[in-house]
Design a protein around this ligand. Structure first.
Ligand SMILES: [Zn+2]
Ligand SMILES: [Zn+2]
Length: 262
């Protein structure tokens, strides 16, 4: 049974656990190692049983716990070659167990097939992940300025989608961020707005996705209610009934969410 649980989501830290039987992998380690291990134990997972940590990119909200975690645990870490290149100097403890890939490649971790796909973001070489087992597939795509064909291919066929809804465009434009930061977030290599995230979620729902989890919300330029309502309206306009056709949730910012059966 493939399951996914978000441990934290947002600009102050991201991590998600994907499990199939006794195989557990962490996607991103952007909260403290202590918070990660506490959350794992609460889910009945011994931290030493983590089979791998997959990193999407080197921004601190995705790797802040990795240094301590990799000193405490011998877990292998996977990242794109570009991301790995930024990690290797900072995290000498990873030597010998940091594995690189080119986004678009797939690999196997026990029963889990991990597909990777490039995301457009202002980093060395960011990517998203889709993890499948037993004919079920979960995809995680956050930190992208716009949706590309590679992203659409990467999440195709997903039964569960964790998708970025970072900001309300109007709130961001009229909000407190300095001009350069507004430009960055709104840009092609920034973050997906609620409206763009809604479009992605609708496409996934029209494909196979039945569980939709909104993620990586900005604290300043979004609220869970605002993101939820934007996506709910978009889904309803396409004829989907929330609660019966699809489940729509917002990943909690600083605590773990429910464990979804993919
Ligand atoms: Zn981020
Ligand atoms: Zn980022």
């Amino acid at each position: 049974m493939l399951t996914l649980t978000t441990l934290a989501s947002g600009s102050s830290g991201n991590a998600a656990l994907v499990s199939e039987g006794g195989t557990h992998i962490l996607i991103d380690a952007g909260i403290s190692a202590r918070r990660i291990t506490t959350a794992l134990k609460a889910l009945g997972v011994a931290p030493a049983d983590l089979a791998a940590v997959l990193i999407t990119h080197e921004h601190s909200d995705h790797i802040s716990g990795l240094a301590t975690l990799s000193r405490q645990l011998p877990t292998p870490v996977y990242a794109s070659y570009g991301t790995a290149g930024t990690l290797v100097g900072k995290l000498p403890a990873l030597e010998g167990r940091l594995f690189g890939f080119t986004p678009g490649e797939s690999f196997q971790i026990g029963p889990l097939t991990v597909e990777t796909f490039a995301t457009p973001h202002d980093t060395a070489q960011s990517n998203g992940y889709a993890v499948s087992a037993g004919g079920r597939k979960a995809a995680v795509v956050t930190d992208l300025g716009h949706v590309t064909e590679a992203v659409q291919r990467g999440i195709a066929g997903a039964h569960l989608l964790v998708a970025e809804t970072n900001h309300d465009i109007e709130w961001l434009q009229s909000g407190p961020y300095p001009y350069f930061l507004k430009e960055r977030v709104l840009g092609d290599y920034g973050h997906l707005s609620n409206e763009a995230g809604a479009e992605l979620v609708c496409e996934a729902a029209e494909d196979q996705a039945r569980t939709l989890v909104l993620a990586h919300l900005s604290k300043e330029n979004d609220t869970p209610q605002r993101a939820y309502d934007t996506v709910r309206l978009a889904l309803e306009r396409r004829g989907a009934v929330i609660g019966s056709d699809v489940r729509l949730d917002v990943a909690p910012r600083s605590e773990k969410g429910p464990t979804y059966i993919v």
